[in-house]
Ligand binder design. Structure first.
Ligand SMILES: NC(=O)C1=CN([C@@H]2O[C@H](COP(=O)(O)OP(=O)(O)OC[C@H]3O[C@@H](n4cnc5c(N)ncnc54)[C@H](OP(=O)(O)O)[C@@H]3O)[C@@H](O)[C@H]2O)C=CC1
Ligand SMILES: O=C(O)[C@@H]1CCC=N1
Length: 292
């Protein structure tokens, strides 16, 4: 946990310092914010913005001490949130990212590091919408940051220093593993770890459905599937864990698991997973083209 691979800027796992603005605090930015809070960053060091009062109320209730600004109450919410921030994390949908960059540009301070978590929006597109020379970092995080087990790919923009990369990395490093990759690989990161939690949840859903088909009560099947995927995840979370070795330990020669894995192989499950990941990566490329 909290490991940062050697290729990434060596942010340690101490809480991020300086004020952090989360612009667009939905599923992803809330997961990052919750991970930071759990790692010890005070709520008072963070500001979140959203579009709607209702969502703002939810966040205010869940995170006492967090400043939450809603754009429908204050059209300057995003500009106010970035003023004086050391890092601004852009967490709106991809289609809204460059407009958000343009809208905050006049309020951004030159040293504020802009961090995007959006799929498909390129560094070039964001830099064109930000003030010249603004430090920018593009990332592909995932929601398990919320429970301290995130996996994050990170690429620096044209004007970002080592220290600023480290500052951006620190937003995630307290709640997950950060790897530095060339920007061209971020779509692949998204296909493996960005979307990956959904693949694991999908597996749990399919296992529960299989249990019902085999005669279990739906609630019982769901409990068994959920706890099994969660428990297996915890075993994988041990440092140095090898999924193939863990699988082997469950698979008795000529036993039931061996028969199940043979059925998965015969149905082409590895190729099916590869096709899903490829589709995710292709969608990211398509989105990049759509968004210019
Ligand atoms: N979800 C995930 O697992 C991952 C998501 N991402 C990326 O994260 C980004 C956000 O995705 P996700 O969190 O799922 O989406 P959500 O829809 O959950 O969150 C988007 C948030 O942005 C807010 N918002 C929209 N426009 C504005 C604005 N102009 N000013 C302030 N707030 C605004 C919305 O407010 P309101 O709620 O009030 O409408 C909402 O809270 C995307 O770019 C996605 O590619 C990356 C990796 C994983
Ligand atoms: O589905 C999406 O587009 C985003 C990016 C990765 C996970 N969620």
């Amino acid at each position: 946990m909290n490991e940062t691979l050697p290729t990434a800027p060596s942010a340690d796992s101490s809480p991020a310092s300086g004020r952090i603005a989360f612009l667009g605090c939905g599923s992803m930015n809330e997961a990052i914010l919750a991970g930071l809070l759990a790692a010890g960053t005070p709520a008072a060091n963070m500001t979140a913005t959203v579009r709607r009062t209702e969502r703002a109320g939810e966040l205010r209730g869940r995170y006492p001490g967090l400043t939450v600004l809603a754009e429908n109450e204050d059209p300057e919410a995003n500009s106010k949130a970035v003023a004086g921030a050391s890092v601004a994390v852009l967490g709106v949908k991809p289609a809204g990212i460059t407009a958000l960059c343009r809208s905050i540009a006049p309020a951004l301070e030159a040293q504020t590091v802009v961090v995007s978590v959006a799929a498909a929006v390129t560094i070039a597109a964001m830099e064109a919408a930000l003030p010249a020379g603004q430090p920018l970092v593009r990332t592909m995080p995932n929601t398990p940051l919320q429970v301290g087990r995130g996996a994050v790919g990170l690429s620096g923009g044209s004007h970002v220093s080592e220290v600023q990369l480290k500052e951006a990395s620190a937003v995630f490093a307290g709640a997950g593993t950060v790897v530095m990759v060339p920007e061209e690989q971020l779509d692949a990161v998204g296909a493996v770890s960005g979307s990956g939690p959904a693949y694991a949840f999908y597996l749990a859903e399919a296992m529960a459905a299989a249990g019902v088909e085999l005669g279990l009560e739906p609630a019982v099947a769901m409990t068994l599937a959920r706890e099994t995927v969660a428990g297996a995840g915890l075993m994988l979370a041990v440092e140095g864990a090898d999924p193939a070795a863990l699988r082997k330990a469950v698979t008795s020669p000529n036993g039931t698991t061996e028969r199940a894995i043979a059925a998965f192989d015969a149905a082409g499950l590895p190729a099916i997973i590869a096709a899903g990941a490829r589709a995710a990566k292709e969608r990211a490329a398509e989105l990049s083209r759509e968004l210019g």
